[in-house]
Design a protein around this ligand. Structure first.
Ligand SMILES: [Zn+2]
Length: 215
């Protein structure tokens, strides 16, 4: 089973990918992580990528394809892949199909964790944490039992992350749409796109993913 998991920041994609890794022994293939690992390990592809980056250039599609190929070759044939952050363009999507086909694999599902943008803004901008112990709270969903006092440590100072604001969330959503817009039609034409409600409870999202994978 090889899948692409899509979802904007805040949709819980990282958590869901981690669960698939734990439950099904799948491997999450993030191009950024693969690149860093290959450079560190000094593989031929890693050395090539390092030279490109040292010249201040972007790593080409050919290098990324080679990285993915290396990674798939190193995985057991029964180990499924979760692609994360790749492909971003239709050319990369076609290339991924070829990389997989050359190894007797295919892409089974492209799953998008959908979000309601306004609800996502509320979810993210309402977050805050105890400045002392780091316990997380939310303006709407999880206030301390005694207002202004941390349930866990009794602290009275709280903090918010500066990028947990509506403008940043909406900018990230726009960036996400721009990144996925080029590839979704390509996969929709193959009939392998499924959408899951990323705003649902985490366990319900996991159940929805599992039922897609079971088909
Ligand atoms: Zn605390």
């Amino acid at each position: 089973m090889n899948i692409i998991l899509l979802g904007p920041p805040g949709a819980g994609k990282g958590t869901q990918a981690q669960r698939l890794v734990e439950r099904h022994g799948m491997r999450q293939l993030s191009t950024g992580d693969m690149l860093r690992a290959a450079v560190k390990a000094g593989t031929p592809t890693g050395l090539e990528a390092k030279a490109v980056m040292e010249r201040g250039e972007l790593v080409s599609d050919a290098i990324v394809s080679a990285l993915i190929g290396d990674e798939l070759d190193a995985m057991g044939a029964d180990t499924g892949a979760i692609f994360d952050g790749y492909p971003r363009t239709e050319a990369q999507a076609r290339s991924l199909d070829e990389i997989l086909a050359a190894r007797g694999r295919k892409l089974d599902h492209v799953i998008e964790l959908g979000v309601d943008e306004d609800a996502l803004v509320e979810r993210i901008t309402g977050r805050y944490t105890c400045a002392t112990c780091g316990k997380g709270y939310h303006d709407t969903f999880e206030q301390p039992k005694v207002p202004g006092t941390c349930d866990k440590c009794g602290g009275t100072e709280f903090k918010r992350r500066p990028d947990d604001n509506a403008e940043t969330v909406r900018t990230r959503m726009a960036e996400y749409r721009a990144k996925t817009a080029p590839i979704l039609p390509f996969y929709e034409a193959q009939g392998i796109v499924s959408k899951v409600d990323g705003m649902a409870e985490m366990d319900a999202v996991t159940d929805a993913l599992e039922s897609i994978l079971a088909n």
